[in-house]
Design a protein around this ligand. Structure first.
Ligand SMILES: [Zn+2]
Length: 434
């Protein structure tokens, strides 16, 4: 630092304080795994993958590049919408319509010299194992459970116990309004996203009778328009959640119903939120969670201090809903996890159910959440969603009961879903009349 002008005079000065943290042992440093002389070079060569360049992703890219990582890659298929601008601070009005990954990468590279960010404007599913193998660390800032589950099963499946390089630590951040979580997953070693799936139970559906008879909240009126009015009147052949004309139709219907029952609060944007199941994002919650994730990345990369995930605590929850509360705990690995465990998971079913009822139930079970399940049992295909020929051939089974299909108590069934191509979910049937 130039003492007179305060200008930064050398690259070393710029990173002075960060380097003090990462190159010198502190009171909690495990000296057996820490090598301060090597850290700066190691981190600048380390290849880190960031998934998502939205609310969390912008923060993560900024934090990682300020923490000494220099070879960062980012995947996001989305383009910038004007509604992103209140929190996705790497984007400006003029960027609306452009790819998030590209604009974010360019912005951070301009701001932090020496950092290279490689953007990919596509889906994570567009890449295979060879692509993911090149990274040493994965940091996720996603808003979709499905994408998390996909990358999780990819990273778990990539592990080859005999090759150290195949273990890719994954740091996952998530927020919902004032709440959030940060967790670290060491694939096959600690509890994975799929083990923790029940932490993200699908939102409880409002009973149809409430919608049909006595709505109490503006959301009930919107769901009524969405589920009942639309079906009865079919104003357009198929509901398109992204078509403002369709959303407006639902909004007007919901508004009429709300007036009838004297319920205030139905707005166009609430209608859009309910129909598209949008989770409200708050800028500062994103900052808190992204900061927690990136500090773990710095600690994992440098070993300068113990990090979340090993050996015990692996899950940090944060809640700002009622004052501030945060809690860090160990989420246990599950032996019957379909991705990282070996055992079949117990599945309580009613033997008088039809196969269709079983198929439909997978979407709402917190531990499964599969929208398009295909089912096999002991080499026999019970129902296949695709290809069309096989679907047609197995469709008559949907009307048969589980008993009629010859399924027995304790029998194992295998379930696959196109969203998780590499995973076979194994379940062991447990009969209970409901
Ligand atoms: Zn697992």
């Amino acid at each position: 630092m130039d003492a007179l002008t305060g200008n930064i005079t050398s690259e070393q000065d710029r990173w002075k304080y960060l380097d003090k943290i990462r190159t010198r042992p502190g009171p909690n440093t495990n000296r057996q795994v820490f090598d301060g002389s090597n850290v700066v070079e190691y981190m600048s060569k380390m290849r880190v993958l960031v998934i998502g360049a939205g609310g969390l992703g912008c923060e993560i890219l900024k934090n990682l590049s300020m923490s000494g990582f220099r070879d960062i890659h980012v995947i996001d298929m989305d383009t910038i919408d004007v509604s992103n601008l209140n929190r996705q601070f790497l984007f400006r009005q003029a960027d609306v319509g452009k790819f998030k990954a590209e604009v974010a990468a360019e912005f951070v590279m301009k701001r932090v010299k020496g950092v290279k960010i490689t953007p990919y404007n596509c889906k994570i599913q567009d890449f295979d194992e060879d692509f993911y193998m090149q990274f040493q660390l994965v940091v996720c800032g996603l808003d979709s459970i499905e994408a998390r589950r996909w990358i999780n099963s990819m990273l778990v499946n990539m592990v080859d116990e005999e090759v150290e390089d195949t273990y890719k630590p994954m740091i996952d951040g998530g927020t919902e309004g004032f709440k959030g979580q940060a967790r670290v997953i060491l694939p096959t070693v600690t509890s994975c996203i799929e083990c923790q799936l029940d932490m993200h139970a699908p939102r409880a559906a409002v009973p149809l009778c409430t919608l049909a008879s006595i709505p109490r909240q503006p959301e009930h009126c919107i769901e009524w328009a969405h589920v009942i009015a639309w079906e009865n009147e079919k104003p357009f052949p198929k509901l398109d959640n992204d078509d403002p004309v369709h959303i407006n139709w639902l909004y007007q219907k919901a508004l009429l119903r709300a007036r009838e029952f004297n319920i205030p609060g139905v707005t166009y944007s609430l209608t859009q939120g309910v129909v598209k199941n949008i989770i409200p994002a708050i800028a500062a919650t994103n900052s808190v969670i992204a900061a927690a994730c990136c500090n773990e990345a710095l600690k994992i990369a440098s070993n300068c201090a113990p990090f979340l995930g090993f050996p015990d605590n692996n899950y940090m929850m944060y809640s700002g809903n009622d004052s501030i509360y945060t809690y860090t705990f160990k989420h246990e690995k599950k032996d019957d996890c379909p991705v990282c465990g070996n055992l079949a998971r117990e599945l309580t079913v009613d033997p008088t159910w039809t196969l269709k009822e079983l198929v439909d139930s997978f979407a709402t079970r917190p531990e499964a959440q599969l929208k398009k399940p295909s089912i096999r049992a002991e080499g026999k295909t019970l129902y296949m969603q695709s290809p069309p020929g096989l679907e047609l051939q197995t469709r008559p089974n949907l009307e048969k009961t589980l008993v009629d299909l010859g399924l027995e108590e304790r029998q194992e069934i295998g379930v696959t879903d196109p969203a998780f191509a590499t995973v076979m979910f194994k379940f062991k049937l447990k009969f209970a009349i409901k």
